[in-house]
Design a protein around this ligand. Sequence first.
Ligand SMILES: [Zn+2]
Length: 335
Amino acid sequence: MVDNQERYNPIYFTERSVCPVCAGRNGIEFYRSPLDEEPIRGFIASHYETQGTVDWNKLAGTDYVLRECQTCFLIYQVNVPLDAMLYDIYCVMVAPGPLAQLEKQRLTLENFNQIASELETLFQLTGKHPSDVTFLDYGFGHGRWARVARGMGATVFGIEHGEDKEREAAQLGIAIVSDAEIDAMRFDIVHTEQVFEHLVNPGRDFKRLARITDHVFKVAVPRPGDIRQLVQRHGMTNQSPLAKYVGGARLTMDDESYNAIFPLEHLNAYSDRTIEYLASQTDMELISRARRCAPRVDLSTARSAVRSGKRILSPLYRKAASDQGYYILKPRASA
Ligand SMILES: [Zn+2]
């Protein structure tokens, strides 16, 4: 292989030769291995084992390569799937049946309370009555967030592909809009939950979404930790953290770091510095890095009332350590 010539199958993959956030050319490569050989093969196989089918022929001939940009500090996969491969990943390797089942299981009262509590913070930041709020859920998925925003009174729009999703959204009172349509619209809240790590062109898409945000732009992504140091010291894992999580295990910080660079899907891993870079480029201000937790109040017995009283006095926000993967931004002009 010639230096600076990437190894990928051009039918299914393309190369991101420059940083997809800042277009910088000073990225440092710190990991490389073929997609269809260990340890990456095991990483992929264990991830999709319970979700769908992997066609290894499509992954042969392409390297998994990690680079860290020295301008914006994004960590990114260099070789990324083309549209046909993306379809394969999100519709065949992640089969719709098992995913719908998992998403349904996640619709618990506890999850509802968690989302409602966080959305309350976002709604308050708009300074508007909830029924006047317009909310864009970019990457609507199965509507876990959008349905709560709708329930709170907002007018909710979603971006997602496929007729099934449109039907599901319509049932929840949510309008599916196209990527092209949103460029001519404006929203009080632009909401992205576990979306930006998947995007092939995150710099471009961040700019587009920042431009249509009137008040609040939320970006939540996997926590990267110090993934570069982890890989350099301990190498790559061959076990998917998601598979561990679905199996009921608690994830360690290292698991979370490996999850942030999962092959094929988590194409970008963001540190605080990357988000700060994006904010500076789009005239946005970073106003919070802490996700609000739901208060647990159970007044059914006196004892639990005492306990929950203590909880109420405890902080509602998780401590904002660095690189937690949670960001609330607002346009500087609306400051
Ligand atoms: Zn960069």
